[in-house]
Design a protein around this ligand. Structure first.
Ligand code: FAD
Length: 304
């Protein structure tokens, strides 16, 4: 660590950056779930390193949350430290590389890229979440996934050591990534895009993607996107619909009438447990009808 950084770290008082017993509801798209034992919202690499080291030294488990749009947080809360990334949102453009910290919303990043005549990500317009969350889950649509644009990812291990990952020839499989297999903190992502002098057209294409989602009712009610992954060559939504689950509900958790693979929250009092129970019923019914075990796409976080 160089002297300037060491001085910065020494200035940070750990008690001032860790919040005990912090409700997490506000940080998830479902607006459900319990408390984190500890919460921290770092805004610099130095602060992040200090927090990671603090938790690791004390043997405290660490959970990362981006925009919380692909998670179901337990009503019984999350053990240990939850780190929210939304204050890590700086970016810069270098040639065809768009470099962004993990907490920058993906939709904002697409707008920034277009402003700089950089294209490629328009089909992901309107996809909720942060760039870090998207890279972790290799988010995307049937047209493209984010991994195909990654040049490198800077990540930290639990001791706060910084590393660089290059995807090189690794194939971008459906909703899988290097980061899903390791407990690392994605800090910064560089995406290699292509030059497009027609930024007006790119803006229109991006807006079209967002409007498609709007017209499909994706933003009408709280959800976390698709609850289950599509089994190879099949549509999880169709399997769920054919098993008779559409519009089924448990205490306000409802199989979306628009898209059977979305569970929407229709009541204020709906809990994560209600959503979970409904997802288990859907899984069971699909299994009984088709002998296919659906795999959850939404990530369960906390004390389940
Ligand atoms: C209406 C709606 C539509 C959606 N449509 C799509 C779609 O078309 N395609 C699609 O792929 N997804 C879709 N999603 C799901 C979700 O938006 C994406 O998966 C998104 O990329 C998740 O980003 P996030 O920041 O919200 O991640 P979170 O939900 O906060 O986290 C998801 C996982 O990533 C991990 N994580 C997040 N940030 C980091 C980090 N910096 N370092 C390490 N781990 C991290 C978390 O620990 C967690 O396990 C949709 C969701 C909604 C609500």
């Amino acid at each position: 660590m160089n002297t300037t950084i060491r001085k910065e770290v020494e200035k940070i008082n750990i008690d001032e950056v860790i919040i005990p017993h912090a409700p997490l509801k506000a940080y998830t798209s479902y607006r459900t779930g319990g408390e984190a034992d500890f919460l921290s919202i770092p805004s610099s690499l130095e602060e992040l390193r200090l927090i990671l080291k603090w938790a690791t030294t004390k043997n405290i488990p660490i959970t990362v949350l981006g925009a919380g749009s692909n998670v179901l947080v337990s009503d019984d809360g999350v053990e240990g430290l939850v780190i929210l990334t939304h204050s890590l949102h700086e970016y810069h453009i270098r040639g065809l590389l768009c470099v962004a910290q993990a907490g920058l919303p993906l939709d904002t990043l697409i707008n920034i890229a277009i402003e700089h005549n950089l294209s490629g990500l328009e089909p992901l317009g309107g996809l909720p979440g942060t760039i870090g969350g998207a890279v972790w889950g290799n988010s995307g649509t049937h047209e493209l996934t984010i991994t195909s644009y990654i040049e490198w990812v800077d990540y930290l291990d639990k001791n706060g050591e910084l590393f660089r990952y290059y995807p090189l020839n690794e194939s971008a499989n459906y909703r899988t990534s290097f980061f899903k297999e390791h407990s690392y903190f994605i800090y910064e992502v560089a995406l290699r895009l292509y030059f497009n002098k027609n930024s007006s057209l790119a803006r229109l294409q991006k807006e079209e993607s967002r409007l498609k989602r709007l017209h499909k009712g994706q933003y009408d009610l709280p959800s976390a996107g698709c609850m289950f992954k599509n089994p190879e060559g099949l549509s999880a939504g169709r399997l769920i619909e054919e098993s008779g689950c559409k519009s089924q509900s448990i205490n306000g958790a409802m199989v979306s009438p628009h898209h059977a693979n979305f569970i929407v929250k229709t009541k204020q009092e709906t809990t994560s447990r209600d959503i979970y129970e409904l997802s288990e019923e859907m899984k069971q019914k699909v299994f009984e009808k088709n002998n296919i075990e659906l795999e959850r796409e939404v990530h369960l976080i906390g004390r389940w």
